[in-house]
Each structure stands twice: as structure tokens, then as C-alpha cells.
Design a protein around this ligand. Sequence first.
Ligand code: PPE
Length: 311
Amino acid sequence: MGDSASSFVGGEKIWLDGEFIDWDAARVHVLTHTLHYGLGVFEGIRAYQTVDGRSAIFRLREHVQRLYDSAHINRLEIPYERAVITEAIAASLRENHLDEGYVRPLVFLGDGAMGLNPANNPVRVAVIAWAWGKYLGEEGMERGIRARVSSFSRHHVNSKMTLGKTCGDYVNSILAKRDALLDGFDEAIMLDPHGLVSEATGENLFLVRGGILRTPSIHSVLDGITRNTVIKLARDRGLEVVEDAITRDELYVSDEVFLTGTAAEVTPIREIDHRMIGSGRRGPVTEMLQRAYFEAVSGRDPNEADWLHYV
Ligand code: PPE
């Protein structure tokens, strides 16, 4: 996960089941159901310092909505009102004195019964905030990263259910990511079971070809909030955006390819499967959208003030 993941620094407080407790006290029993079978859901949210010095969470409403949607898809009932979770997310930044940071709400099944019918296991919620630098490295943001198409397929839509951000689904991502890193790449791009391009291990994918922005439709990918953001920013700037089926070889002949995600933000790809993409460096459309993205998250874009939730 880039160099940022290895330099993890713990914070002060974690919100667990309704209250803030000391960071080191937020531990769970080994019978925690989600630990065994992966049925849990989570979010990844970023807060940025804005131009006026205040800190703002980017698209908090949409992230909270997706958390509840993910839970609903998996038949997990979150035992708190949305307003409580929303406030816990903002408070987690304040409690840990973070002006900028990443927030991870996690809904998981606690201990109780083992086996595949977790009828009475408690649904537990944690909200954890920490400082997280550039997901794919500072250098990658400017130069672009090197990716490979993974030999692992993305889940079939009727197995993963792509609108849910489900813990266990990430085993698939970890398999692809670790192999890509071991083989000297920065990230893996995954194909769906039909062989069409879906997304990277924790990011959506876009390409630019003939001046048109193209991205796989949400039938095999997470409905990324950064993806949605970039589509709007691009359209507002007069770019045509098509949500479509994309083949592997189309990646190779694109002028530009980039990834989007809360953690990865907008990260250019300069090479895929040992083939140079475009000119082999961050392209002009990617750079323009990257700039537009950082203007939006930092409150410099007055058109997108609605997307900010001040901490
Ligand atoms: N696809 C996947 C599979 C995915 O996990 C993410 C987010 C995205 C697309 C982009 O979605 P959005 O963040 O709404 O634009 N991945 C999160 C987890 C990263 C991690 O390593 O943990 C994230 O970016 O927060």
C-alpha cells in the first residue's frame, strides 16, 4: 500500500460501541465473528485542512449513506442513528487532534455464536481516525505509478455485490495487491469474470482516449465516491464521460489512465503490464482533474462547498 501504510502511527482515542475509549483499549475477543468469516462493512473517509484553516470532511453524507447501504445489503443492522455515526466520525478527528486524516468506520459482528448463522451476535461499530499520507506514494502522484493486470479475477457481481463495501471481499484485493508488489509493480488492476476491466484493488479506474474520459460502469466495481466526484468535476469542465465496458488492450492504447479513491485520491498510471501509457508520465487531463479534486477537498472550489462538512 505504498510507503504510507508501513508508517502507521496510533492515535489517542477510538469510538467503540457508542463512546470514545483509549486507543490501546479498543481490542476485541478472538471469537469476534467478523474475524472468522469476514461479514462486516466499512468506510474510508478523508478530512482535509481547508483554505480558511478549518478542517472539513469530504462528502461525509455520501460515505455515511454508503455505510448504511453496505450494512443493509449484508443484513447487518447498525444499532445507531445516522446522526450518531456522523458525529462520531467528526469527533474522532477532534479527539485525535487531526486537521487532516483518514477515518475508518467499521461495522462488525461481535462474539457470541460461531457458525454461519450469526443471528444473535451483537452488531458492533468502531470509528478510527489516523493520519494517512499518499496511498500510492508522494512520487506516484506526480510521476504516475506502474500497474499490472492481476491474474486474480474480481468477484462476480452476484457473489460480491459491488454496492456493498464488505470486509471479506478484500481478501481478493489483498491477493492481487501482494502479488503485484512482490513482482515489482505498485498496484494491480483487476478484470471481472467476463475479462473486462473492473477496478484496482482499492480504487476505481478511468482512462482518457481521444479526449473522452471512460470508466467501467458500476456493474462490477464499487460505486466510488471519488469516482462520482471526478465524473462531476470532468463534466463541469466540458469533458465527455462515458461509463462503459473496457477491454484490457484498450488500457494499453489509452492516452492516460488514472485511479481514484478516498485513500488514493487521483493517482496517475504511467505503465501497465510493461507497456507505456501515453507519454509515460502524468497526462494533462489527469493533472487537470487532480488539481480540480484538491481544490474541491480544500474548499478552494466555491461550486463544491456542499461537499464539505466542517469538523
Ligand atoms: N474500489 C474499491 C475496491 C475500493 O476499496 C475503493 C475505496 C474504491 C473503489 C474507491 O471508492 P471511494 O473511496 O468511495 O472513492 N477503498 C478504500 C480503502 C483503501 C484501503 O486500503 O483500506 C479507500 O480508498 O478509502
